[in-house]
Structures are given as C-alpha cells and as structure tokens.
Design a protein around this ligand. Structure first.
Ligand code: ADP
Ligand code: MG
Length: 418
C-alpha cells in the first residue's frame, strides 16, 4: 500500500489488510478508532472493539513532517522503523517494560502495539504527587539491561556494529542536536521562554564557561556510540501505574552515550520536584514530595549501578575487556576498578546531559507540562530560576560529581534557597 496519512475512518479499513492483527483483534467489523496523540511528532490511534473495549490496540503512524511545527517542517517517516526495532529489542532484553509490538508496516510508516489502558503518562501522577513504589526497580532494570546488552561490554565488536548500523538515525539526531544542545542557548526563532526569565536567558546565552561545557556534551552526544539509547527518556515517554512501568516512544533511538538516558530521566524528575513550588503551596506536603523525588533519583542510580555491574560481571562476553585480559594476579581488582570508573564517568555524563535537558526545557522549543501548566508567570519563574541554577551547576560542576550524593546534593541545595 502506498503511503497515505490515516484518519479515524480510514485506519479501520486499513487494518483489515493486516493479517498479523487477526490474532489480536477477533472481529474487524466492529472497531472504533480515536486519535489520542498528544505528542509532538506523530498520529496515535486507539482502536477498540465496540462491545468489548478490552480488545484494543494502539496504531501509531508517522506523518512526513514534525507535527508540533506543522507541515512546513519536513521529517523522514523512517522514525517508525527505529521505534519498532527498539521496542522489539526492549521486549527481548527486558520483557514487560515496553509495549509489545504486534505489527509494523514500513510503506505506511505504521506500528501497531499493545494498548496500555491501565497506565498513565508519568508526568500526570507526578504532578498529582503520587508515589510509585516499583518505579525505581523497574526503570533501573530497563536502563541497565538496554544499555548493557547493546554495548561493547556484552556484544562482540562485530555484533555491536551490525546492530548500530540498523540504528543510523541522522534526522532524529539532528532534532536533539539542535534543540537540546544548540538553539536554546542562542537566538533562534522557535525558542520560547517565560518573559519573567529574560535576564536568566540572556545570562545563559553569554556564559562562556557554560557554553564550553554544553559544547562538550554535544560532542559526546554526536560521537560516542556507547550503547543503544532511547534518546528521549523523559517522563512523557514512560507510562505507569502503581504496579507496572512501560517505556514508550523510542523513535530517537541510536547508539549514543549511556549517560544521556539516565540524565534525561533525572532531569525530568528534578523539573517535576521543582514544579511543586507552584503546584503544592502547603509547605510540609511539598517538602515531603520533593524529598520523595530526590530519594527516588538516589534509589534509581543505586539500583541501576548494582544491576549494571552484576550484568557485566556475569555476562562479560563483549570485546572491550574480555575475561582473559584480566587473567593475572591483581586482574580481578583491576577489572573491579575499571567497572567503578566506567560507572563514575557515566554518572558525570548523566549530570552533563541532564543539565542540557533541564536548560532546554526552560528556553527552547518545548517545555514540560509539569511547568507549562503553572499559569501564574511569576510563580512559574520561581520554579524555572531554580531549574536553571541546577542545570548550570550539573553541567559546569560535573567533574566534581563523584557519587549520586553529589548530584542530588546540588538539587537539594537549590531547593533550599528557592
Ligand atoms: P509522539 O511520538 O508523537 O510523541 P507518543 O509515542 O509519545 O507519540 O504517544 C503520544 C501519546 O499517545 C502518549 O502520550 C500516550 O498518551 C498515548 N500512547 C502512546 N502509546 C500508547 C500505548 N501503547 N498505550 C496507550 N497510550 C499510548
Ligand atoms: Mg515521540
């Protein structure tokens, strides 16, 4: 079938031509479709059975342009392939932490996947101050497995490069390169910021020490193909409920620095924590929830580091540092030291990339709903100033971050002075 954009009517007819879906949907004659995409890039339809709403799937289709910018901004539809490949890989290396893929149609730029009807996009429960008792466990497992199993620690050099070749994703890379690391920090027509933040935006754009630090992070993003990263792992790309966690929307996936995913997640947890300066006027309630989120970052990192290291010790089959390389007296200790260094560097990278994520959300093309939803611009500015301070410190002080306590220490200090 030649590419045509689907709509809630045509999608039903189109699905009748997809034999793969007959296993999921018993009856193609009583389906209803609804467009639910709140995203920035694509169309997302829920397809339900009229009388049995439990029978449902998600159909996601790429449009040939960037939805948030309109059809004046062409964008390759190949992004659906990267998303499909990444979701399939997640389901292999860490089952149950991403939606299942039911069908993929390259010509139509369509992926059909499991409908997460019992889940919410994570920003929402965080704004409502919910606690997610299993989240640290789930997301640390997800990051440890997806990063480890696609890296040179697990794959042979050949395997890794062949996989990397399937994830050459230059058009989506460019979006992050421009919108995370460059445009927010200079004059660019799509930038948006709170007018109350004029002085801070100007200070960021003219701070040479900061601009050098951000340029270093961009260089790493562009050149360090360490593992398959999600590359947009914010709290809008995670769907949760009290028991379950699923990572969605990996269309930006490519081989990049591991610290990017960790940093993006931490950055968005910090942005939510700070947003409660406006959402939660009661001081005690606010302080409690902010410390819950700060502790959550601590817990995620601690569990991540343990799980990542355990995978490495137990499955060191890659060619970066094979077991035979350490076969000498003192080799065990040296290997252990190398693992510690590797994780130490990853945490510093997470701080640097996380900082860019924080800063770009304050002065780039897209904010986050946690902060955008604060109607009073003066109140919003309180949150944003605090976020800018954390961002500046995470990236400029990253070489003195020697443990997770240092990274969250910066957040705690800035929360105190807000
Ligand atoms: P985009 O790439 O356009 O940003 P997303 O993959 O983020 O699209 O999806 C947009 C929205 O559609 C999500 O925020 C969520 O509300 C909904 N959605 C996406 N995938 C699923 C799913 N598997 N189950 C239920 N809802 C989903
Ligand atoms: Mg997306």
């Amino acid at each position: 079938m030649e590419y045509t954009p689907l709509n809630p009517q045509s999608v039903i007819d189109y699905l009748k031509s997809r034999p793969m879906l007959r296993e999921i949907l018993s009856d193609f004659d009583h389906l209803v479709a609804q467009e639910v995409g709140d995203g920035n890039l694509n169309q997302v339809f829920i397809i339900r059975h009229e009388s049995d709403p439990k029978q449902a799937i998600i159909v996601k289709q790429a449009l040939p342009y960037l939805r948030v910018a309109g059809d004046s901004w062409p964008l390759t539809r190949e992004r659906v392939r990267f998303e499909t490949q990444a979701l399939r890989l997640y389901n292999e290396v860490t089952p149950g932490l991403a939606p299942q893929v039911y069908d993929y149609d390259e010509a139509m730029s369509m992926v059909a996947m499991e409908y997460l009807g019992q889940h919410e996009v994570m920003r929402k429960p965080l704004i409502a101050r919910q606690r997610l008792p299993h989240f640290a466990d789930h997301i640390s497992t997800f990051m440890a497995a997806t990063l480890f199993y696609t890296s040179d620690l697990y794959k042979t050099g050949l395997e890794k490069k062949l996989l990397q070749a399937q994830f050459i994703n230059p058009h989506l890379n460019k979006i992050q390169e421009d919108f995370v690391y460059t445009n927010p920090y200079m004059q660019s027509p799509e930038n948006r910021w709170n007018p109350e933040l004029e002085a801070e935006v100007e200070a960021v754009r003219t701070n040479s020490r900061l601009k050098l630090a951000i340029a270093e992070m961009k260089d790493q993003y562009m050149t360090r193909g360490q593992a398959l990263i999600h590359s947009d792992l914010h709290t809008g790309s995670i769907m949760v409920n009290a028991d379950d966690t699923r990572v969605i929307d990996p269309e930006f996936a490519f081989f990049g620095p591991m610290g990017f995913d960790i940093g993006a997640l931490f950055a968005n947890l910090v942005l939510n924590a700070l947003s409660h300066f406006a959402h939660t006027p009661d001081m005690q309630t606010r302080v409690e929830y902010q410390s819950y989120l700060v502790d959550l970052i601590h817990e995620i990192w601690t569990q991540f580091a343990q799980k990542f290291e355990r995978l490495w010790v137990e499955h060191n089959r890659g060619e970066l540092v094979p077991n035979d390389y350490w076969q000498y007296p003192g080799g065990d200790a040296a290997f252990s030291q190398f693992r510690q260094r590797y994780l130490h560097d990853m945490l510093q990278d997470a701080a640097g990339h996380g900082a860019c994520e924080i800063l770009r959300r304050m002065m780039g093309i897209v904010s986050v709903s946690d902060i955008q939803s604060i109607a009073d611009l003066k109140q919003r500015a309180v949150v944003e100033r605090s976020a800018v301070r954390v961002g500046l410190r995470w990236v400029m002080e990253r070489s003195s971050i020697n443990g997770i306590e240092d990274l969250i220490g910066i957040v705690t200090e800035e929360i105190k002075v807000t």
